[in-house]
Design a protein around this ligand. Structure first.
Ligand code: NAD
Length: 244
């Protein structure tokens, strides 16, 4: 469905790798102009031509406001940057707790607040928050603070959706199950028994496989496009049956 995002300017955070990167590629293929932002510039070398690379730490409110001022016509914001803290309540130290809140929760506040004035003025916009099925939807072992932050993302999605429904701005979230991305690979490699951990992660998903970043990007493209014009405040679960 090439061209469904033609003419739209889309800002994606955490765009360097994994799901964010797949969203950039999909949006470009669908005709969008994409501002691909990430805290690290290390993966920006081979971005698609329709993408502009921008260094942005989503916890830096001044930097987010500056990007919104430089690009006053942002039609779509995808909040994808995230951090997975592994551990139960006792394994979660105060640093991890604070870091998780900053990167996963405060970032949505900072980024949405930066782009909303422009969207309200144009009476049009779509904000897409990448949550997780590990949230208020389902529990997973040793994801204490991660699940809490992603539950907050779903709650913020609904709050923004309701507050700005009269301004033509939509806000939805996507809740993936386990998706094969570089950071997942790092978590598996760091496990005591990586082979067993991969088997366990696949076993959590009744479909019998991990998700692909492109499969999440396809849902993001729907939410970014006008084909989902009647959707706001929704959380789309795409998890290979994890939450069943
Ligand atoms: N991979 C999964 O199984 C999975 C499942 C459910 C939800 N998610 C969510 O999807 C999103 C992307 O996950 P992924 O696995 O593709 O991640 P990833 O770790 O592979 O990539 C995340 C990207 O975000 C960037 N980033 C980290 N901190 C940042 C910051 N402060 N500012 C800007 N950029 C920053 C990193 O540099 C990296 O390029 C996250 O929000 C994650 O919680 C992932």
């Amino acid at each position: 469905m090439a061209g469904r995002l033609f003419g739209k300017t889309c800002l994606v955070t955490g765009a360097g790798q994994g799901i964010g990167r797949a969203i950039v590629e999909r949006f470009c293929a669908d005709g969008a102009n994409v501002i691909a932002s990430d805290i690290s510039e290390r993966h920006f070398a081979d971005l698609p031509r329709a993408a502009t690379a921008v260094k942005l730490d989503v916890t830096d409110a001044a930097a987010a406001d500056a990007i919104a001022a430089q690009h006053p016509h942002i039609d779509v914001l995808v909040n994808c940057a995230g951090y997975v803290a592994v551990g139960d309540i006792f394994e979660c130290d105060e640093q991890d707790f604070a870091r998780s809140l900053r990167i996963n929760v405060e970032s949505v506040y900072i980024m949405a607040r930066a782009v909303l004035p422009g969207m309200r003025e144009r009476r049009s916009g779509s904000i897409i928050n990448i949550a997780s099925v590990v949230s208020t939807t389902a529990a997973a072992r040793r994801r204490f603070i991660y699940a809490a932050t992603k539950g907050a993302v779903i709650a913020m999605t609904r709050a923004i959706a309701l507050d700005f429904i009269g301004d033509g701005v939509r806000c939805n979230s996507i809740s993936p199950g386990t998706v094969d991305t570089p950071s997942l690979g790092e978590r598996i490699a760091a496990a005591a028994d990586p082979t067993q951990m991969r088997i366990d992660m696949i076993a959590r998903q009744p479909m019998g496989r991990l998700g692909k970043a492109e499969e999440i990007a396809a849902v993001a493209a729907l939410l970014a496009s006008d084909e989902s014009a009647f959707m706001t405040g929704s959380d789309i679960v795409i998890d290979g049956g994890f939450a069943l």
